[in-house]
Design a protein around this ligand. Structure first.
Ligand code: ADP
Length: 647
């Protein structure tokens, strides 16, 4: 007897002791595994005759022995597959489940059964599980047995060693036979309900109707007699086989995406999504479409409720849609049918127009996939546009999760997609602290406003307090609040919207002065020429220029910049670790602004006359304060020393 790995053991314990009432989902899970195994084999059979078989799933019930037997003619597993797949939790569904319970209180795991919990869910109903397995291209048969947490056994067996029930379904094809011996009924749960034909039929219809392979219920086995050569047994075997042929499958076998849209209920789609894509929550939105064109295809797409954990952790994830060709699953994750920025979209594409001489390598390069990709992208963006127009609340939910991805799409490749994406972008704004589209902003701004103002910062509160933003807000302009690192790059790529240029509030052009104000400032600048030159010379290398400004409210000083790299960009670029440490990230051309109406200005004028060392201190101090004000890093020790020298 081998032990399960400790984490698998813990999961098993949870399964077995689960007070979860929806134990019935074990059937869906096992059928779904069988269907996957059949998919794999069917794919192989296109190029390998040995792999062809009667692709089907057969269930049989034995009331006396309390067993449910599920057989498929799928790809099967050899010894190492069994070890790897059934004896440790390393696979998608169960792994996701494990992560979920690790995060949450296991006692609350009440909803687990709604999701892909995989093979182990069978332990919710079975005290013993036997898996008889023969890989399609092998003669060897293995028997995997487990009574639950204690561990499992794998042994090689010959067909003569198997009981009738074990061998019965492992006939010509190979594949997997799973025999579940159910728990005894107790006060809490009547396990024997699963030994009833009608119950099984109902469950298959409820959860597995869309499975593309026939699921048959074999005639109930009354007694298990293994008497070789007994005439009676042979007869009963024959009867069973006959019953098989005539009984129609329990499932309609019409994949959910091939059913008429009106016939598919939302719950069905949600169930389908959660099982097929191992998610714990229903999707925010589905897109169900059948497209006609150069290439015709059916598609069923889902917008998950959350960014995946891998994505959050910044791991490189493989993405893509399931690709079916004439009902055969050709590729589990085909990334060629989706542009990368839409990698959060899950779902499938089924087309009979793909070349059937399938080799995955060749397929990857076919132009068909490009055509599908373009048409899918268009479809998805159209659906987003409709959602934005008709269900703002839902769109904002989608935006909160995946907005960054859409922004990335609008900005990558120098903005080739900006026109199709710009109307889908949302921004926080000073207008009622709500999310706004650019169209809405421009409508509110009216024709006379020249720019679309934006300010960058961690939070709306912080931005509003900043000097530059305050000055723009004071003049009654609406300001977009950008919190995302890539936002400013998006602005650069978009350049303008509705004939209004984007302008950072820190730009010298952000606030227009009246003619009188301008005259006044020019005069001041004239008299302060000597002072400004002194400061500029002293701060050489650190700043590009020094100017007087009355646009910074009542602050003494601030920073702005000129040219392509803004101060916000300098911050972002500085925070990205450079692969070559010798390469300095580009810096903004900084302009130190001094408020001539502030008392420090008079003090500096005075110092210019009688105390140059004090003036140097003032200049250093102003620069430090200005840097702090816009969120650039300042050495605390130096600043402290400087302040003490100056006051
Ligand atoms: P998941 O289905 O989410 O990957 P499971 O725990 O249900 O997780 O199954 C683990 C693995 O065992 C599967 O990924 C598959 O490789 C293998 N497996 C399960 N059932 C079958 C089957 N009927 N035929 C072949 N392989 C199977």
């Amino acid at each position: 007897m081998k032990e399960f790995k400790s984490e698998s053991k813990r999961l098993l314990e949870l399964m077995i002791n689960s007070i979860y009432t929806n134990k019935e989902i074990f059937l869906r899970e096992l059928i779904s595994n069988s269907s996957d195994a059949l998919d794999k084999r069917k794919f192989l059979s296109l190029t390998n005759d040995k792999a062809s078989a009667d692709f089907e799933i057969v269930i049989s019930l034995d009331k006396d022995a309390r067993t449910i037997t599920i057989k498929d003619s799928g790809i099967g597993m050899d010894e190492s597959d069994l070890e790897e797949n059934l004896s440790t939790i390393a696979k998608s569904g169960t792994l996701a489940f494990k992560q979920k319970i690790a995060k949450e209180n296991p006692k609350d795991a009440g909803q687990i059964g709604q999701f892909g919990v995989g093979f182990y869910s069978a332990f919710m109903v079975a005290k013993k599980i036997e898996v008889v397995s023969k890989k399609f291209d092998s003669k060897e048969i293995f028997l995997w047995t487990s009574y639950g947490v204690d561990g499992y056994d794998i042994k090689k067996v010959s067909s003569t060693q198997l009981s009738e029930k074990q061998s019965l379904l492992l006939d010509k094809n190979g594949g997997i036979t799973i025999i579940l011996t159910l728990h005894d009924d107790d006060d809490d749960f009547r396990y024997s309900q699963f030994l009833n034909d009608d119950t099984i039929e109902e469950l298959v219809k409820k959860y597995s109707d869309y499975i593309r392979y026939p699921i048959r219920l074999e005639e109930t086995i009354e007694v298990e007699v293994v008497e070789k050569n007994s005439k009676e047994t042979k007869n009963s075997k024959k009867q069973k086989a006959k019953a098989n042929e005539t009984k129609p499958p329990l499932n309609s076998m019409i994949p959910i995406w091939k059913k008429p849209k009106s016939k598919v209920k939302e719950e069905e789609l949600n169930e389908f999504y959660m099982t097929e894509f191992s998610d714990f929550s229903p999707p925010l939105k589905h897109i169900f479409a059948s497209m006609e064109g150069t290439i015709s295809y059916n598609t069923l797409l889902f917008i998950p409720s959350k960014l995946s954990d891998e994505f959050m952790r910044g791991e490189k994830i493989s993405y893509g849609l399931k690709l079916y060709c004439e009902g055969v699953l050709v590729m589990e994750k085909c990334s060629d049918v989706l542009p990368e920025y839409l990698s959060f979209v899950k779902g499938l594409v089924d087309s009979s127009d793909l070349p059937l001489n399938i080799s995955r390598e060749i397929l990857q390069h076919t132009k068909h996939l490009k055509i599908i990709s373009r048409s899918l992208e268009k479809k998805i963006l159209d659906e987003f546009r409709k959602t934005l127009d008709n269900d703002r609340e839902l769109y904002e939910k989608i935006w909160r999760e995946f907005g960054t991805a859409l922004k990335f799409g609008s900005y990558e490749h120098f903005g080739v997609r900006k026109d199709s994406l710009k109307d889908l972008l949302l921004f926080n704004s000073s207008h009622e602290n709500k999310l706004t589209t650019l169209k809405e902003y421009v409508e509110r701004a009216g024709v006379s406003q020249e720019y679309i103002y934006y300010a960058v910062g961690e939070s709306a509160e912080k931005i509003k307090k900043s000097v530059h933003c305050g000055a723009v807000l004071e003049r009654g302009y609406e300001v977009l609040f950008l919190h995302d690192k890539i936002d400013e790059f998006v602005m650069k790529v978009l350049m303008e919207y509705g004939e209004k240029k984007f302008l950072p509030v820190t730009s010298p052009d952000a606030v227009e002065l009246s003619n009188d104000e301008k005259d006044e400032l020019l005069k001041e600048e004239d008299t302060a020429k000597e002072l400004l030159t002194f400061i500029k010379t002293h701060l050489k290398g650190k700043i590009f220029d020094v100017r007087l400004s009355t646009k910074i409210l009542d602050h003494a000083t601030s920073l702005t910049s000129e040219g392509e790299i803004t101060i916000e960009m300098e911050k972002v670029l500085g925070s990205v670790p450079s692969p070559n440490s010798k390469l300095q990230p580009p810096k903004a051309k900084k302009i130190l602004l001094i408020n001539p109406n502030h008392s420090v200005f008079q003090k500096m004028q005075q110092a210019l006359k009688d105390d140059h060392s004090l003036l140097r201190n003032y200049s250093d101090l102003l620069l430090s304060l200005a840097m702090l004000g816009v969120g650039l890093p300042v050495d605390g020790g130096e600043l402290s020393e400087l302040v003490q020298r100056t006051i």
